[in-house]
Design a protein around this ligand. Structure first.
Ligand SMILES: NC(=O)c1ccc[n+]([C@@H]2O[C@H](COP(=O)([O-])OP(=O)(O)OC[C@H]3O[C@@H](n4cnc5c(N)ncnc54)[C@H](OP(=O)(O)O)[C@@H]3O)[C@@H](O)[C@H]2O)c1
Length: 225
């Protein structure tokens, strides 16, 4: 399958590497696909040049990457996601499933980050992406766990994947992809895309647990009585 990974940070690199290892044709999209950008150091990740040498994956501009994928992931910085997806082009996203992994966290004042208005006031990034791209089926998923766990949920036995989106068939497809490509077994359906508010707002708590436990191998679990 052809998959577009919008965003070349640790999340985009990790998801793309696993999908390539599984035999898929994945293109990472970044704003400037220049030699200088490929060599730029990235936080907690390889340079894209190193990533490309290791995985054999493709790197392209945002519209070229988005246009190439049958399914598209949004793995960009949450405060830049709408700009990145607009640059990718509505036409290149139309009719496709977009798996939104991003969180609108503002780290400008250091740790812990905060959820800035207006993206998080009576709305969420997932909802705003769905509004901006009505012809795209947005599914919020994978945003509440660390990149290594996204592609290997066995690292946290019993971990659940929280999913929100307006299209039941798109959510079924994302569950199937999560199960077949990454080994996910437990899912929690949060309903329509407004469920993204809940998952995005979990992130300050999740980051606090990460800091206090000094490990990203942590997840919140839904338990019903
Ligand atoms: N790190 C984790 O384990 C984790 C876990 C769950 C969810 N998330 C979420 O996943 C997303 C990706 O996280 P990350 O740590 O891999 O990387 P990141 O540093 O948050 O984002 C990297 C990507 O965002 C793009 N970007 C940044 N600002 C932009 C802007 N103004 N316009 C367009 N594109 C912009 C960059 O594009 P260029 O390459 O063109 O510079 C880069 O490819 C984030 O939303 C994060 O909250 C992360």
């Amino acid at each position: 399958m052809k998959i577009a990974m919008i965003g070349g940070g640790v999340v985009g690199q990790t998801l793309a590497a696993k999908l390539i290892a599984n035999g898929h044709d994945v293109t990472i999209g970044i704003r400037k696909a220049s030699a200088e950008e490929l060599a730029r150091p990235r936080n907690f990740a390889e340079t894209l040049k190193q990533w490309q040498a290791r995985t054999g994956g493709a790197i392209a501009t945002l519209p070229d990457a988005a246009g190439s994928g049958e399914i598209v992931f949004n793995a960009t910085h949450g405060l830049g996601s709408l700009d990145a997806l607009k640059a990718a082009g509505a036409g290149n996203l139309s009719g496709k499933i977009l798996i939104d992994v991003a969180n609108p966290l503002d780290f400008s004042a250091g740790m812990p980050p905060f959820l800035p208005a207006p993206l998080t006031e009576r709305t969420s990034l997932g909802e705003e992406i769905q509004k901006a791209f009505p012809e795209t089926r947005v599914v919020k998923a994978f945003n509440t766990i660390s990149a290594t766990v996204m592609v290997d949920p066995s690292l946290i036995p019993g971990v659940q994947l929280l999913i929100a989106g307006n299209s039941d068939t798109a959510k079924d497809r994302v569950r199937e992809l999560a199960r077949d490509e990454f080994g996910w077994r437990e899912f929690v359906d949060l309903g329509d895309i407004t469920g993204a508010r809940g998952t995005e707002h979990l992130m300050p708590l999740w980051l606090r647990l990460f800091i206090q436990g000094n490990s990203p191998l942590v997840a919140l679990k839904v338990i019903r009585g």
